[in-house]
Design a protein around this ligand. Structure first.
Ligand code: NAD
Length: 498
């Protein structure tokens, strides 16, 4: 597929994508496809001020009317699905169906947010005082900065933007420096929706193109009410204290180190499919990718054998070719980090199957054979998130040990168990089971639906986005007490007569 055609098929009119200082390389073959203009840091305060002005207006627009803008965004995304999905594949190196799937996720969250715009419910609370009523009201919070990672270059923005917009907040997006083109394309799509809507204030949605320092400028500003940041735990460690210092609000979606427990009763046909998709899909570059397999010792050899066969049958190659299942890593540095992790695993006594760079029959990008590594125990390298297709396999004999090993890593994003034993399944989902934000039974850890709240604990950052009541993170809650009596009784029976 011709790169120029992919770029021409999306609307990037008016965006400076050549002659700029930010070089964009496609992971497909490492070649340079654009040089995008970076937003001067000196312009960011004025952008934040424009967003503040937009907020003053947007917060007074009734939520269901704000929902109409997001409904139109969903329509525009439906129309742009194919070309935008192809651009995701070109810029992030995802296979075509995953690029399309990412745009479908954007459409799904728009539908969710439109319904939500009529359901921003507060509670009515019983008052202890006669002639009084209590209730909660949810109000827009303010300017929302959305900082995103390369691996979900468009979906994560839409989870945030669709919900933030119906909640009454303007959005400033700082996409990954590796994927600015898809961000510029999304902004164009939203601008089309805004033009049809006709009542969107200037500054409601803006994009800052740049690197970490552009993100830092948003993080530092007292006029940015919410910082929703998706990326590595390293980034979260830098962002969280800065926002805390000024008592701002963060929504952090950081690294994962997701595991599956495979019990003796598991349906291995299902498990093999789930493991293969979640460990090697997106070349192991999903925050929810499966990285650790904790398998009962009685079935380990059978399972590893079946996985090696399944891995061997997954075509590695150009993500723009329809038969490919495993595309490239994002860049050479990612490949080097993967090789370093495998060297460490070997030094720790691991037996490595696969993992070598692939150069034949593929373009010049960072292609690798996904690795299965049989580990003697869960060593320090296993407890790290290496953003590449490495699946560490450990064994257990006692279920309690499997749970302990499962939780004994710093991250807490996604998890799952394959079992047909209802006691094990229920225990895994109980308070004493998986400590992750997502805990699945007989389904892999990746590929979440937008209807649920998405996010995780510990070094994953604790944020929740997308469905369920994650919208509450984008609004502020006011508790109201109304006195409709002719008395002024005090709470807790306090007497204060004057
Ligand atoms: P990254 O941390 O390198 O970059 C993410 C974003 O943060 C980029 O836009 C970057 O410019 C910005 N950034 C970096 N340092 C910053 C700072 N000090 N202040 C403000 N902004 C800063 O991550 P990446 O390599 O693009 O993505 C991979 C990582 O993202 C993995 O760890 C993956 O698990 C994680 N991720 C998590 C989720 C989730 O929902 N939990 C989703 C996708 C990716």
């Amino acid at each position: 597929m011709n790169y120029a055609t992919i770029l021409q098929d999306v609307d990037l009119s008016g965006a400076a994508i050549s002659g700029g200082t930010l070089a964009v390389h496609t992971p497909v073959d490492g070649s340079k496809i654009a040089a995008v203009a970076e937003t001067p840091l000196s312009e960011i305060p004025a952008m934040i001020a424009a967003a503040r002005d937009a907020f003053r207006q947007w917060r007074t627009v009734p939520a269901p009317v704000r929902g109409e803008l997001v409904r139109l965004l969903g329509e525009e995304l439906r129309a742009a699905k194919e070309p935008l999905g192809r651009l995701v594949s070109l810029e992030a190196g995802k296979i075509l169906s995953e690029g399309q799937g990412e745009v479908q996720e954007m459409i799904d969250i728009c539908d969710f947010a439109v319904g939500l715009s009529r359901q921003l419910y507060g509670l009515t609370i019983a008052s202890e005082r006669p002639g009084h009523r209590m209730m909660e009201t949810w109000h827009p919070m303010g300017v929302t900065a959305v900082i995103t990672a390369f691996n979900f270059p468009v979906a994560v923005w839409s989870w945030n933007a669709a919900i933030a917009l119906v909640c009454g907040n303007p959005v400033i997006w700082k996409p990954s420096e590796k994927t600015p083109l898809t961000a510029l394309a999304c902004q164009k799509i939203l601008e089309k929706a805004m033009a049809r809507f006709g009542r969107a204030p200037r500054g409601l949605s803006q994009v800052v193109i740049g690197r970490a320092d552009a993100g830092e400028a948003l993080v530092a500003s007292r006029d940015v009410a919410i910082v929703s940041a998706t990326g590595s735990t390293r980034m979260g460690r830098a962002v969280a204290p800065k926002v805390a210092e000024r008592f701002g609000r963060v929504i952090l979606e950081l690294g994962g180190n997701n595991a599956m427990i495979v019990a003796p009763s598991a349906d291995l046909d299902l498990a093999v499919r789930a493991i293969t998709f979640s460990a090697i899909g997106t070349c192991g570059q999903r925050c929810t990718s499966l990285r650790r397999l904790i398998v009962h010792e009685s079935i380990k050899d059978t399972l590893v054998e079946r996985l090696r066969k399944a891995y061997a049958s997954a075509p590695i190659g150009n993500p723009l070719d329809s038969g490919t299942l495993v595309g490239p890593l994002i860049d050479r540095q990612a490949l080097e980090r993967m090789q370093a992790a495998l060297r460490q695993a070997r030094a720790d006594g691991g037996i490595v199957h696969g993992g070598e760079p692939v150069t034949e029959g593929v373009p010049a990008g960072a292609y690798v054979r996904p690795a299965i590594v049989e580990m003697p125990s869960q060593t320090a390298i296993v407890a790290e998130e290496t953003f590449a297709p490495i699946l560490y396999v450990m064994t257990y004999s006692d279920f309690a040990d499997a749970i302990a090993m499962h939780n004994d890593v710093p991250q807490g994003l996604s998890s799952c168990i394959f079992t047909n034993d209802i006691r094990e399944a229920e225990f895994f989902m109980s308070a004493a089971g998986s400590d992750c934000g997502i805990a699945n039974v007989n389904i892999g850890p990746s590929g979440a639906e937008i209807g649920g709240a998405f996010g995780g604990e510990k070094e994953t950052g604790g944020g929740r986005e997308s469905g369920s009541d994650a919208w509450k993170s984008y609004m502020r809650r006011a508790t109201n007490t109304i006195n409709y009596s002719r008395e002024l009784p005090l709470a807790q029976g306090v007497r204060f007569e004057i």
